[in-house]
Ligand binder design. Structure first.
Ligand code: AMP
Length: 423
């Protein structure tokens, strides 16, 4: 028989094993708490869309649309794409459901898998998970500041280390068009110093030259004209209003005129949080305003602002937190005949709101207690032939229980210090 090749997860993807799964679950719970407190409601769009949503929404000249999309023809001959980002699809949904008729702003939060065909490296995957927060239907500067501060709070609550915030404004589409012409001219004049990549993009997307890490290009860009100096008065005022709110909140940031971000749809405010605890892929989350996007996708003129943050990068930058103290109960079964009673005890413990599992692998009593320890159980209920006993794993004390109710009560008492000690 021919040797079969070992099956593996596709390149750039990963399996989430339970240790990581628990961390992800906690992250999502914290996100729901932080964003929920500011009125952001849960919301979801499909994992794939008509390709046109992203082609029109994200912008034909972006790296994402040009080379990173997982697009394919479905069995009905339609071109569909696994979503590479959240905003375009959210705008599509906002228009489709007439959400402009709801009281504005419409505040949404979402999370799920996203797909980009990129070269995999640490912190960069082909399937990754993003959390998104968006506020559509208002150009109020408090929304920009609110969203920035919410992401900042989330990163802090998650223990993401060495965080920095960069902020800028890209003005309106009209300002950007004029500025792009000026920048194109500047880049053409110094074309021989630029990287091939940047030179090839002068016509299509000159702003991306600021993203280059090619040394000579970086030097050229240091002296390039800056969009921040060309903002229309109302856009400059908007930026000032956002800055004042961040200052009031004590939020540190760096005003970075070179921040352009990789997506075409941004207008006015753009921002990015990075973590120095990460390597080359240091962006943990970012976003900005996209005041023209809803209209571009067929809706009424609708200013909007939002961000996306990468779950894997946030967890990488958060490091490992200490394990939670034992708050589970293990039900030990010295003799197989006790299994039915143990099953009943485990269900009673869960009904009382405790976390419980029972022996399900035929271990010896000694092996079962070792296993309970490994699970971090704070209490063990031992289901003997005629008696029930509850062992407090913190103190080592063992007490008899007259019936299941008493066993549940004693187990709860044994856990009480651990449960109370939880943040
Ligand atoms: P973007 O939509 O490109 O602004 O990305 C927002 C956030 O998503 C980034 O700051 C990262 O944390 C995360 N992210 C983007 N692309 C990837 C990727 N290929 N792998 C892992 N995380 C990513």
């Amino acid at each position: 028989m021919a040797r079969q090749e070992k099956l593996r997860a596709p390149r750039g993807t990963f399996d989430v094993l339970p240790d990581e799964g628990r961390r992800r679950e906690r992250l999502l719970a914290t996100t729901a708490e932080v964003l929920g407190a500011a009125g952001y409601e849960p919301f979801d769009t499909p994992v794939f869309e008509d390709t046109e949503v992203f082609a029109r929404g994200v912008g034909e000249t972006t790296d994402i649309v040009q080379k990173e999309m997982f697009s394919f023809e479905d069995a009905g001959g339609r071109s569909v794409t696994l979503r590479p980002e959240a905003t375009a699809a959210i705008c599509r949904a906002y228009v489709e459901h007439g959400m402009h008729k709801l009281p504005q702003p419409v505040k949404l939060r979402s999370w799920g898998p996203f797909f980009r065909y990129e070269a995999p490296q640490s912190g960069r995957y082909r399937q990754f998970t993003q959390i998104d927060a968006e506020a559509l239907g208002s150009d109020d500067a408090t929304l920009d500041a609110e969203l920035i501060l919410l992401l900042s709070e989330l990163l802090e609550r998650l223990g993401v280390r060495a965080v920095r915030l960069r902020l800028s404004s890209l003005g309106t589409a009209a300002t950007r068009r004029e500025y792009s012409d000026e920048l194109r001219q500047y880049l053409r004049d110094r074309a021989d110093e630029l990287s091939e990549d940047v030179r090839a993009r002068i016509d299509r997307n000159p702003l991306r030259a600021f993203d280059s890490d090619h040394q000579a290009t970086v030097r050229v860009m240091e002296e390039a004209p800056r969009l921040l100096d060309r903002l229309a008065p109302e856009d400059a005022e908007h930026l000032e209003a956002v800055r004042a709110l961040l200052d009031d909140a004590g939020q540190a940031y760096e005003l970075d005129p070179k921040l352009v971000r990789g997506l075409d749809y941004y207008t006015r405010t753009v921002f990015e949080f990075t973590s120095d605890a990460l390597g080359a892929q240091s962006g943990v989350g970012g976003g900005g305003r996209y005041d023209a996007l809803v209209e571009q996708l067929g809706g009424p003129p609708t200013p909007a602002v939002g961000w996306a943050a990468g779950v894997e990068r946030m967890l990488l930058a958060a490091g490992d937190e200490a394990a939670a103290p034992g708050s589970a109960v293990f039900v030990a079964v010295p003799k197989p005949e006790g299994a039915r009673e143990a099953f009943r005890v485990a269900r009673a413990l869960r009904a009382a709101g405790l976390q419980a599992q029972m022996e399900q692998s035929g271990r010896s009593v000694k092996g079962q207690l070792k296993h309970a320890d490994r699970l971090g159980a704070g209490a063990v209920v031992i289901v003997g032939e005629d008696e029930l006993e509850v062992k407090d794993m913190h103190s080592g004390h063992q007490r008899p229980a007259a019936d299941v109710e008493e066993a549940v009560r004693l187990a709860g008492e044994a856990l009480a210090p651990a449960v109370e000690a939880r943040p």
